[in-house]
Design a protein around this ligand. Structure first.
Ligand SMILES: O=C(O)CCC(=O)C(=O)O
Ligand SMILES: [Fe+2]
Length: 213
């Protein structure tokens, strides 16, 4: 037992990127990171989401959770597909490795008790949006951290719309453009946010949650 603990403490290496994200979240409740996922992996994930969308593999997203869901176009208009980790392909496995590495770091340094994760692809076609909300359900408070990873390519223009607006409690509204490879991480139970209407192009992302219990 002592031996294991000793090895773990020796093998721990401080990660400056993760430390930045953690201090942002402690200070403001959110963090915006442009180097969380390497560019090549973002390219491969973009190919994957496009292929799924073109094969009609994504379904209109619902409101609520799996027990209590309804489709409400006036609240959200995106198309999603949950990623089954058991059936993940090579590209998705590499994505989950990045997520798990971060999750393990949080558990080691912040004792967050994060046990599970759930992620889905999301496409917002032009004309769609997601109204201001928080990411926890009335009957389920296990979601602790929300993570949104943008998969748009370098031709994405700020005039395409689809900005993520964050509404931190004691700060002015923050506008985040969904730029390629950008990852936004925030407290699921506290931070209100919104996806503004997409004006042009399809807005591509993977969104997910790190959960307790
Ligand atoms: O895509 C985004 O920027 C945010 C998506 C979101 O808020 C959600 O899926 O709950
Ligand atoms: Fe959300």
């Amino acid at each position: 037992m002592t031996k294991t603990l000793l090895t773990e403490s020796i093998s721990f290496e401080e990660n400056p990127l993760y430390e930045n994200i953690i201090s942002d979240i402690l200070e403001k409740g959110f963090s915006i990171c442009d180097s969380f996922i390497e560019e090549h992996l973002v390219d491969l994930l973009r190919e994957k989401i496009k292929a799924l969308y073109n094969q009609s593999g994504l379904k209109k997203a619902a409101i609520g959770n799996k027990v209590n869901e309804s489709i409400e176009k006036t609240i959200r208009g995106d198309y999603i597909q949950w990623i089954d980790e058991q059936k993940a392909d090579y590209v998705e496995q590499r994505f989950f490795e990045c997520i798990s590495d971060f999750k393990n770091y949080l558990n080691k340094t912040c004792f967050m008790g994060l046990l599970h994760q759930e992620f889905h692809y999301a496409v917002y076609p032009a004309g769609t949006f997601y109204q201001r909300h928080i990411d926890t359900f009335q009957n389920d408070d296990r979601r602790k951290l929300s993570m949104v990873c943008y998969l748009n390519d370098h031709t994405w223009k700020t005039t395409n719309g689809g900005e993520l607006a964050l509404y931190p409690e004691n700060l002015p509204e923050i506008i985040v453009h969904p730029l390629p490879g950008r990852v936004v991480i925030f407290e699921s139970q506290r931070l209100e946010h919104e996806v503004k209407e997409v004006i042009n192009e399809e807005r591509l992302s993977i969104t997910g949650w790190l959960k307790t219990r």
